[in-house]
Ligand binder design. Structure first.
Ligand SMILES: Nc1ncnc2c1ncn2[C@@H]1O[C@H](COP(=O)(O)OP(=O)(O)OP(=O)(O)O)[C@@H](O)[C@H]1O
Length: 258
């Protein structure tokens, strides 16, 4: 299903379940966004004591809906910083970022948080499951699910686990799962709000090469089935090779890679 088909319903339910003073994020536009991400002259500078470090330098970039994109570069090149900016988890120091029709740079904190909830699925490099919760409980252990009735939460968790091939593990504790199953639970958690973009930091970094390849195939299957835009950050050329478009990061600069 496309984001434009699901967006009005998702907006309505999130607003009504969360807020007595609804505010509107325009997800109901009857056209598909032509661009998933647009970045214009994006710079990110971190303060490090008395010094400052430019982690990203004047990045211009467009990513189309449904693309599969690797951000590939060595440690410290700016991959995670760029991924966090795309997710609206951090703000650029200068420049502009749009996610579909949303201006991430100009959005206030509450709007940015709602855009993240509705549009973005993020899988962190450390999957961060709670060992004492089951797989299903972990999938919905997010603040955004707190007000959803338990039966609906359960249904959402099972649907997300099903889509990563783990429906039969729903009631097992995270501590009892293998590392590749834990990664898939983290992926299910990222999918539970039916995002339009999926961002994955170092996919499969803790897996052996065959399990990693399986996880990358799963990511691509999920992208195709759901019509998602997929962006992964990796320092591993074999992981980047799984994506149809590769962007090379070096010292905070981004270039198309062949
Ligand atoms: N919160 C922060 N405060 C200060 N400096 C930071 C911060 N986050 C990142 N940096 C610096 O910005 C640069 C880019 O870091 P970033 O984590 O984006 O790179 P990366 O390519 O993802 O590296 P890695 O593969 O090691 O995760 C690095 O020099 C890093 O030290």
């Amino acid at each position: 299903m496309t984001s434009t088909a699901t967006a009005p319903t998702r907006t309505a339910s999130l607003v009504s379940s969360r807020s007595s003073t609804p505010f509107v994020v325009d997800l109901a536009a009857p056209w598909a966004p032509v661009i998933a991400f647009s970045l214009q002259r994006v710079t990110k500078t971190y303060r490090q004591g008395r010094h400052s470090l430019r982690a990203l330098k004047r990045v211009d970039l467009e990513i189309a809906p449904g693309e599969s994109v690797a951000l590939h570069g060595p440690a410290g090149s700016g991959k995670s910083t760029l991924l966090h900016l795309l997710a609206g988890l951090e703000r650029p120091t200068s420049g502009a970022i749009a996610l579909g029709t949303h201006d991430l740079t100009g959005a206030g904190d509450r709007t940015l948080s709602l855009i993240r909830t509705l549009e973005v699925g993020f899988v962190f490099s450390r999957v961060g499951l709670i060992s004492t919760l089951t797989a299903a409980e972990n999938v919905v252990a997010t603040p955004t699910m707190a007000d959803v009735p338990p039966a609906d939460r359960r249904r959402s968790a099972l649907a997300a686990l099903e889509s990563v091939g783990l429906a039969d593990q729903a009631d097992r504790l995270a501590a009892e799962l293998s590392e590749s199953q834990r990664q898939r639970v983290a992926l299910a958690r990222a999918l539970v709000n039916e995002p339009t973009v999926l961002l994955v930091d170092e996919p499969g970094a803790t897996l052996d090469s065959s399990a990693r390849a399986e996880f990358l195939d799963l990511l691509d299957g999920v992208r195709r089935d759901r019509g998602l835009t997929l962006v992964v950050a990796t320092d591993d050329a074999s992981v980047a090779a799984h994506c149809s478009r590769r962007l090379a990061l070096k010292n905070g600069r981004v270039a198309e890679a062949r």
